[in-house]
Design a protein around this ligand. Structure first.
Ligand code: ADP
Ligand code: MG
Length: 240
């Protein structure tokens, strides 16, 4: 589904990604872990074209994102993204937050968009909140709306950048449960998280990044129980 070859990204003189290569298979759940500043967010942002790669190749479902001829806006519709900050539209109610993408970008009718939105709100456990405004919802509920909003675009892959880092601890579980359900439904996902228990449970593969390098990757059991690289070992010793 996603193919990354020797991806480099620099901001001026700062080399942030120093040659990342990996593949994400259809329906695979890949969890990205690593210290703050290691380039995890930049990596995700490159995957949906929010940042332009300095060099290297990114292919999404056979379309080369890094080819200047590719229509990035079109491609980005197929890549859903959820951030630490939910970024809902505060002046729109929950239903409108979800229908605006399908209506404005995909030119779907209001009826069809609302039907889909209601279905998605049920799926994230918020069927009764469609008329509320974001400020009337808890952080966990807002993040679940943000997930429903991304899903309304029928993405081929979902990217999550620390989706629970801004939440009070008691709300982390409800958001992780929704993401776990998506995994069971076969959604292809790349998830940056510090929730190691979740990574172990839901991840098919864990990628450990440090200082712009992909240091090590493998099944959660291998990475967490038997990391091969010194840097992975010392990071895990701090967070586990
Ligand atoms: P992580 O998500 O692992 O914490 P980031 O990808 O956010 O790491 O950042 C990696 C490095 O890139 C940091 O040193 C950060 O300051 C730098 N960086 C990220 N975005 C920009 C930007 N737009 N301009 C300049 N430097 C940036
Ligand atoms: Mg980050």
């Amino acid at each position: 589904m996603i193919n990354v070859e020797n991806l480099r990204k620099s901001f001026g003189k700062l080399d942030v990604l120093k040659g990342i290569s990996t593949e994400i298979r259809h329906q695979e759940v890949v969890v990205v872990i690593g210290p703050s500043g290691s380039g995890k967010s930049t990596f995700l942002r490159c995957l949906n074209g929010l940042e332009e790669a300095t060099s290297g190749k990114i292919e999404i479902d056979g379309v080369e994102l890094t080819n200047p001829k590719t229509n990035i806006h079109e491609l980005r519709q197929h890549v859903g993204m959820c951030f630490q900050q939910f970024n809902l539209f505060r002046h729109l109610n929950i239903l409108q937050n979800i229908t605006i993408g399908p209506m404005k970008v995909l030119n779907k009718s209001k009826e069809e968009s609302e039907q889909l939105a209601r279905q998605l709100l049920k799926r994230v456990g918020l069927g009764d909140k469609e008329q509320n405004y974001p400020d009337e919802l808890s952080g966990g509920q807002q993040q679940r709306v943000a997930i429903a909003r991304a899903l309304a675009m029928k993405p081929k892959v979902m990217l999550f950048d620390e989706p629970t880092s801004a939440l009070d601890p008691e709300m982390v579980g409800e958001v992780l449960n929704v993401i776990g359900d998506l995994a069971e439904d076969g959604m292809t996902m790349v998830i940056v998280t510090h929730e190691m228990g979740f990574a172990r449970k839901v991840g098919d593969r864990v990628i450990f990044m440090d200082e712009g390098y992909l240091i090590e990757e493998g099944p959660p059991a291998e990475i967490f129980n038997n990391p091969q690289e010194k840097r992975t070992q010392s990071f895990l010793a701090k967070v586990l």
